[in-house]
Design a protein around this ligand. Structure first.
Ligand SMILES: CCCCCCCC/C=C\CCCCCCCC(=O)N[C@@H](CC(N)=O)C(=O)O
Ligand SMILES: [Zn+2]
Ligand SMILES: [Zn+2]
Length: 518
């Protein structure tokens, strides 16, 4: 009996030791992956300062601020492709002519108006052998309600170091910022070696078909190929991800696809005193509710969203760095966490947003029809057809008719590698101008941009606005109290000023692991 007891105890100990051994081995694997095999802590590329420094006099500063404020006051609102404030769009054209005289009078800069109101600038570099690049922005804005703002949305008032107004970050900051940077460079007798294009669209918020699309078509007929293109679409994130202390720049290398679909139900009109079992409103509301209650699949790990975490893994504090360097093990947990917040949920699935609902004509009339619009933003690993199939199966009601207003697949993924010219130039400029930024990672643009019309001209499309965003800045985009800090805007102009000069290099040096000190 005692012998058997001893044997059992021995076996229990052995099992226990085996388990501990396995746990220790797993921990060792995780630690080795986190600390030994971890990716380098962000790019530290060549760090040569550009020839012309960005020193601003008090007068320059005032001019820079007032140029943006003046542009915000012009109400270039786009309601739909057919409904744009064309008077304001034309005024914007006159305004930039007045505010940036050097840009408009320089011999090596050609200016053209495209599609009635968009602007294309061709800045002819001194070395025609160098492949040109392009900076893109837009001047139109989404509407702004009068209520809920601290100051009227087109007043461009200053409050506590911020300029408030529709368009301050989306996207007059870029449109005016690019021209401002060029104006300052020209006044300092700068002539670029590498040619570049500046495109300022006038209908980005309603498709870009009349502006950016036409600019791209024109450049194509001229045989232009771009080494890279930089547009809006992502920012420097500060405090977005739990466990990361420093600001990190995320450059979007793709953007989600989109479906805008109209849903309708038709039923016979009649007297409300003899209602049918279901009305058109009830049928449509139930169908839409099914769409909301059954989100599209969580696709974490199926697209480039995972690259953000892989690149930022070393930025996370312990033990999150263990988790992020071992996504092969922890991705089910991480993907659940991403689902919790709208900003991270948008990265991991096709999103469903019911944006319009119209029905009913009188309180005692059974409504003849109900109509709704739903906007889906498609995850990079899905296609339009696949999403529509899921939508039809979820609604599962033939009385609900679906009519596509617009649909396009996610955009191609641009290369992300230190040998790609655009990647190096953007990273280098970022590290020059934002020394606090500890890492630069590739990411996904959750909205759409004019850059999607340029895929025929380059495969290197990068979406990034050099602005530091805290979590409470995101709802201001298309929302209330959109604003930009004056210091942040100066930094944006400095970024563009340095990027133009940095792009003049004709051969990339080998990326260096620690060249911030060079
Ligand atoms: C890692 C974690 C957090 C991720 C947070 C996301 C941060 C996003 C940062 C900036 C968002 C900027 C908005 C994207 C640009 C969208 C431009 C836009 O509004 N486009 C319109 C019109 C169009 N071209 O279709 C749109 O409806 O998308
Ligand atoms: Zn925009
Ligand atoms: Zn926008």
């Amino acid at each position: 009996m005692a012998k058997r007891w001893c044997r059992l105890r021995g076996e229990a100990w052995a099992a226990c030791l085996g388990l501990c051994g396995a746990a220790l081995a797993l921990l060792a694997v995780l630690l080795v992956r986190a600390y030994v095999l971890r990716p380098p802590p962000g790019p530290r590329l060549w760090g040569r300062r550009a020839a012309l420094g960005f020193e601003l006099s008090a007068r320059d500063r005032q001019e820079l601020k007032e140029a943006l404020r003046g542009a915000i006051k012009i109400q270039t609102v786009s309601f739909s492709p057919e409904d744009q404030n064309t008077t304001a769009l034309a005024e914007f054209g006159n305004y930039i002519k007045k505010v940036f005289p050097a840009v408009f009078s320089t011999k090596f800069i050609q200016h053209e108006i495209i599609g009635g109101y968009s602007h294309l600038f061709t800045v002819q570099g001194s070395d025609p052998q160098l492949m040109p690049y392009m900076l893109l922005a837009h001047m139109d804005v989404v509407p702004a309600s009068q209520e809920g703002w601290h100051v009227p949305p087109f007043s461009a008032k200053e409050l506590d170091g911020f300029i408030y107004g529709r368009g301050t970050v989306d996207n007059k900051n870029s449109a005016i910022g690019i021209l401002q940077a060029l104006e300052f460079l020209l006044r300092r007798d700068y002539r670029p070696c590498r040619s570049f294009y500046i495109g300022i669209g006038h209908d980005e918020e309603v498709s870009g078909h009349k502006g950016a699309m036409k600019i791209a078509a024109l450049l194509k007929t001229r045989g232009v190929k771009l080494s890279f293109l930089l547009d809006e679409g992502s920012v420097i994130l500060d405090g977005f991800l739990v466990g990361i202390k420093n600001p990190v720049a995320v450059i979007a290398i793709t953007e989600k696809g989109s479906i805008t679909a109209n849903f309708s139900v038709e039923k016979e009109q009649g007297h409300s005193s003899v209602p049918p079992k279901e009305t058109s409103i009830g049928i449509l509301a139930a169908a839409l509710s099914r769409l909301e209650q059954n989100p599209m699949p969580n696709l974490f790990g199926h697209g480039p969203e995972i690259m953000i975490l892989e690149h930022l893994a070393s930025e996370f504090c312990f033990p999150l760095n263990l988790v992020m360097t071992n996504l092969w093990l922890f991705s089910p947990i991480v993907s659940r966490i991403f689902e919790q917040k709208p900003s991270t949920n948008a990265l991991i699935r096709t999103t469903t947003a019911i944006t319009m609902f119209n029905a009913g004509i009188k309180s005692n009339v059974i409504p003849p029809s109900a109509k709704a619009t739903v906007n889906f933003r498609i995850h990079p690993s899905q296609k339009v057809e696949e999403v529509l199939e899921i939508v039809k199966n979820t609604i599962a009601d033939d009385r609900v008719k679906i009519h596509l207003q617009e649909a396009f697949d996610p955009l191609p993924v641009s290369p992300w590698d230190n040998h790609v010219f655009g990647v190096q130039i953007i990273q280098r400029t970022l590290l020059d101008v934002f020394p606090d930024v500890s890492n630069v990672a590739p990411g996904i643009c959750i909205g759409n941009t004019d850059s999607r019309h340029f895929t025929n001209l380059t495969d290197a499309i990068y979406r990034f606005n050099p602005l530091v965003f805290k979590p409470d800045d995101l709802p201001r985009v298309h929302g209330l109290n959109e604003r930009i800090s004056i210091e942040g805007y100066e930094k944006q102009v400095e970024f563009l000023y340095q990027l133009i000069q940095n792009s003049d290099i004709n051969k990339l040096p080998e990326p260096h692991a620690n060249s911030h000190e060079l």
